[in-house]
Design a binder for this molecule. Structure first.
Ligand SMILES: *[C@@H]1O[C@H](CO)[C@@H](O)[C@H](O)[C@H]1NC(C)=O
Ligand SMILES: *[C@@H]1O[C@H](CO)[C@@H](O)[C@H](O)[C@H]1NC(C)=O
Ligand SMILES: *[C@@H]1O[C@H](CO)[C@@H](O)[C@H](O)[C@H]1NC(C)=O
Ligand SMILES: *[C@@H]1O[C@H](CO)[C@@H](O)[C@H](O)[C@H]1NC(C)=O
Ligand SMILES: *[C@@H]1O[C@H](CO)[C@@H](O)[C@H](O)[C@H]1NC(C)=O
Ligand SMILES: *[C@@H]1O[C@H](CO)[C@@H](O)[C@H](O)[C@H]1NC(C)=O
Ligand SMILES: *[C@@H]1O[C@H](CO)[C@@H](O)[C@H](O)[C@H]1NC(C)=O
Ligand SMILES: *[C@@H]1O[C@H](CO)[C@@H](O)[C@H](O)[C@H]1NC(C)=O
Ligand SMILES: *[C@@H]1O[C@H](CO)[C@@H](O)[C@H](O)[C@H]1NC(C)=O
Ligand SMILES: *[C@@H]1O[C@H](CO)[C@@H](O)[C@H](O)[C@H]1NC(C)=O
Ligand SMILES: *[C@@H]1O[C@H](CO)[C@@H](O)[C@H](O)[C@H]1NC(C)=O
Ligand SMILES: *[C@@H]1O[C@H](CO)[C@@H](O)[C@H](O)[C@H]1NC(C)=O
Length: 591
């Protein structure tokens, strides 16, 4: 009897220890050396931003609740910030890598990001957020896997493939920046890259000799999860794989109702996971295509990304014409209907075991409404600028979050208008006053002639409606209050609106911007400041020890003597690794 009790107690102890072992969220370390390399993706040598010598950068691959540590060394000749697009940075806008929250990492300096990917799963990407650098690369995929105990709403795929698509110029980002500063447009891109590579030579007139193209190797009969991200500058791309259905399964961290598409429009900044079954006879290889949308095809033929899907039993090269894109150059209704068809699977578990749909966004009362209206770039105070609601955002030299922390006055105004200003456009550091735990409705009204996508940091929002024309109060009658997709980047068609709902439960200072890089560069963004009025340290993490200082706080910044800093960090990390080892040893003893 005593023995049994002892054994039972022992078992309880073991169970407790094991659960506490699982409760300790593991750390995952990455080292990113960001530098220029010369590459010729379109056959013309040019300066490209690489990470650890690679273009595109490595894929970050972690699991929900992991603590991610990315040690960044800036080897560029300009300051740098890396932004983790779609990573929600729960309680820590300190790590968001945007000028509103972080001081830039000066050239030759190191900075270590550390954040927890809390309660998130899915497909995201990272990119450099300053100086138009994304146009030169520096991007890569970011995967957050589910914890093993939480089921995914499909059979475990046989492989996991990341595909980065985007428009590309042979001019480098400094040259592109100068063009925009001079008040000119960038013109037609020179091509579309797929995983940093130019098009397969499917047509000798259109594609010159000697271009290195991407090949995706697959096995017949297998099903792959293909994660596609549009990391480009401003071009909406239609993605398709010859003879293969794309079964849509996930969008920026939400599982969708699974539906087949022969092609899908992927707008700048958006991410999708498709399940693709290799069910063809491999009589040839197959084309993977990313082609520009809503453009005059005969002029844009050269601006088409083409990669190769190669079965291990393939009998020959891909040949013949590319599979067709939807034939609706001037009619965006097809594309909008396709966007509306992307819906949330309310019964699937997300990052947590409870169904996604248990957060019934449709029955929550909206507490604040913002109509954000963009316009094509205009001259403001003699500068070529882009506006949102009549305001072109000026980044403060002291980041907003840092200014709050150190009570620096006059850095920004909390007066972003709830409706677009009607007067002449202005340059302002005007920020949205978000109410903590409020439920905000944002109507994005695109008054430009170009496609835009809007992204919000810190949150996933519900896309509840979109339509052509001006939004009115009556438009609410068309909202999807049940299975609108939760995502981080929504498209807004020209002359149309998109409505999103967001629960402001994440304290911090969060960017809302167009992903169209030209318009973003020219000021089409703002921030939402969400402060918990209650004095507590529970709803926001403390400022990290390594926070950089700039602007009116630059006196607080210690110089980074690279050699000395290496020694100090060296010792600290040695200590850290030693304690990690001891911890690991202890855990392995007890677990
Ligand atoms: C970027 O492009 C500009 C203009 O073509 C050129 O002068 C400059 O050298 C380029 N920078 C690098 C590092 O290649
Ligand atoms: C939704 O998710 C559930 C639960 O995982 C799954 O069984 C179902 O097939 C999914 N439905 C669709 C239409 O994708
Ligand atoms: C990501 O890491 C997991 C192990 O944690 C591995 O099973 C998976 O294959 C990796 N995915 C990719 C795309 O490397
Ligand atoms: C290649 O493209 C050119 C220009 O669009 C076209 O005229 C020609 O027919 C194409 N060639 C083939 C073999 O398809
Ligand atoms: C999607 O298409 C595949 C064939 O490629 C088919 O086997 C599957 O049943 C389709 N799934 C849905 C949900 O339509
Ligand atoms: C393979 O499929 C293609 C297109 O579906 C068809 O034209 C061809 O005859 C098939 N080849 C074989 C060997 O079955
Ligand atoms: C598309 O471009 C071609 C070649 O420049 C031109 O001839 C044609 O008129 C254009 N089509 C439309 C509908 O603008
Ligand atoms: C929403 O507002 C309505 C009317 O103002 C009110 O009756 C209802 O209780 C509110 N619902 C919630 C969940 O607060
Ligand atoms: C911001 O909103 C809060 C309520 O959430 C309000 O108490 C405060 O006065 C507002 N601040 C400004 C400057 O409008
Ligand atoms: C822009 O707004 C004006 C005024 O509301 C409207 O007349 C015009 O049609 C809009 N244009 C687009 C492209 O939305
Ligand atoms: C929050 O933490 C800081 C130090 O990290 C401390 O000075 C302050 O008193 C704490 N505030 C509350 C409300 O606990
Ligand atoms: C900076 O990064 C380099 C290269 O990864 C590394 O060798 C060095 O130790 C780092 N220095 C600091 C201060 O972290």
């Amino acid at each position: 009897m005593a023995l049994y009790r002892f054994l039972a107690l022992f078992a309880v102890h073991i169970a407790l220890l094991v659960s506490s072992c699982f409760a300790a969220d593991p750390f995952v370390f990455y080292k990113f050396e960001v530098s220029y390399i010369t590459a010729s993706p379109l056959g013309v040598p040019q300066q490209v931003i690489a990470i650890n010598g690679k273009f595109p950068g490595p894929t970050i691959n972690v699991t929900t609740n992991n603590n991610v540590v990315v040690d960044v060394k800036n080897k560029l000749d300009e300051s740098l910030l890396l932004h983790w697009s779609g990573i929600q940075q729960r309680r820590s806008s300190w790590q968001d890598g945007l000028l509103g929250t972080n001081c830039p990492i000066p050239p030759k300096w190191n900075w270590t990001y550390q954040f927890q990917v809390k309660d998130q799963v899915g497909s995201f990407f990272y990119f450099p957020s300053l100086h138009f650098q994304r146009a030169s690369g520096g991007f890569g995929g970011f995967i957050i896997n589910n914890r093993a105990i939480i089921p995914i709403p499909f059979a475990t795929p046989d492989g996991d493939i990341t595909i980065l698509i985007g428009d590309w110029y042979t001019r480098n980002h400094t040259a592109l920046r100068k063009t925009l500063d001079a008040g000119k447009g960038l013109g037609m891109p020179d091509g579309v890259l797929i995983n940093g590579k130019g098009p397969y030579q499917y047509n000798t007139t259109l594609v010159p000799d000697g271009i290195d193209f991407e090949t995706i190797e697959v096995h017949p009969g297998k099903t792959y999860r293909i994660r596609v991200h549009n990391v480009g500058i401003s071009t909406s791309l239609n993605f398709r794989i010859q003879n293969h259905n794309l079964l849509l399964a996930e969008t920026e961290g939400s599982y969708t109702v699974q539906q087949n598409y022969t092609s899908l429009d992927i707008h700048v900044g958006q991410s999708y996971s498709f399940l693709v079954t290799m069910d063809q006879n491999a009589s040839t290889d197959y084309y993977i295509v990313a082609s520009a949308r809503f453009v005059n095809e005969s002029q844009w033929k050269r601006v088409t990304g083409v990669a190769i899907l190669h079965y291990s039993n393939s009998k020959g090269k891909a040949r013949g014409p590319l599979p067709d894109a939807p034939d609706d150059e001037f009619d965006k209704t097809f594309s909008m209907n396709q966007a509306r068809s992307i819906r949330w699977n309310v019964s699937a578990s997300g990052a947590r075991p409870n169904p996604q749909g248990s957060f019934r966004y449709g029955s929550i009362n909206v507490t604040e409404v913002y109509v954000l209206k963009n316009k094509p770039p205009v001259m403001v105070d003699g500068k070529h600028r882009a506006t949102l609601s009549g305001i072109s955002f000026v980044n403060p030299s002291t980041p907003i979050r840092l200014a709050d922390k150190y009570k620096v006055k006059g850095v920004y105004k909390l007066d972003f208008p709830t409706r677009p200003l009607t007067g002449p456009p202005r340059l302002e550091t005007s920020v949205i006053n978000g109410t903590y735990r409020g439920f905000m409705e944002v109507i994005l009204q695109n008054n430009d002639t170009k496609m835009h996508t809007y992204h919000m940091s810190g949150y996933a929002f519900f896309v509840v409606g979109m339509d052509f024309g001006e939004w009115t109060e009556n438009s609410r009658g068309t909202y999807n209050k049940w299975d609108g997709i939760a995502r981080t980047t929504a498209q807004v068609y020209p002359g149309a609106w998109t409505s999103i709902l967001v629960s402001l439960d994440n304290v911090g200072v969060w960017n809302i911007r167009t992903e169209n890089l030209d318009s973003w560069y020219l000021g089409q963004e703002t921030y939402i400041r969400v402060v918990n009025p209650e004095a507590t340290n529970k709803t926001e993490l403390a400022m990290p020890d390594n926070a950089l200082f700039c602007g009116s706080l630059s006196r607080l910044q210690k110089p980074q003597d690279i050699s000395a800093a290496t020694a100090v960090t060296g010792n600290r990390s040695k200590l850290f690794f030693t304690s990690l080892l001891i911890m690991a040893a202890l855990l392995s003893l007890f677990c």
